[in-house]
Design a binder for this molecule. Sequence first.
Ligand SMILES: [Zn+2]
Ligand SMILES: [Zn+2]
Length: 213
Amino acid sequence: MLKVKKFTFNPFSENTFIVSNESNDAVIIDPGCYYKTERNKIDEYIDHHQLIINAILHTHSHLDHMFGTHYILEKYNVDLWIHNEDYITYNSFEKVCSLYGIPNTFFPSKKPLYFTSDPFIKFKNIEFQVLFVPGHSPGHVAFYTKENNFVINGDCLFESSIGRTDLTGGNHDQLIQSIKNNLFQLPDETIVYTGHGGETTIGREKKENPFLA
Ligand SMILES: [Zn+2]
Ligand SMILES: [Zn+2]
């Protein structure tokens, strides 16, 4: 069984996840650690559990989900994986940071790798189905594991809410279609880890989400 550790980081209260298995292999999803204390928390968790970091994955590349990407890439010498349609979001990181007036941000020097047309991606025995769910950003994905009954869905679906679509590349109709055609096809009991706030389930959101009635 995979273990999911959630951290809430940076001024945007973004959720960063470390997913690990029994052999201590791990991946980091959306490393939003911005402050030194937050980076220390990640490092301490990795040290304490003696984890081997295999990769960084981005659900999407908004700044709040990648403040720590540069740091983790350098420190753990791994690759970053994103969807190619989100490269435009990724590449605007520095520009958006300066628009928000956020100092001390570092753009990764290493080029990201792209998810391929194969819907499954595997790091040791940590395997995800990569669901393409654009709308909040043009190349947004979610990481689903049927065996472990969860999906890490970034800023697509939230508890009783959905992602905003007023940022560059956002598209409301596309977001609704992504949720209905992809996320809502998963079993009702699937746990949804969100990019901000608490967890929910597919079944709960099908019943109670006012944006998807
Ligand atoms: Zn976002
Ligand atoms: Zn976010």
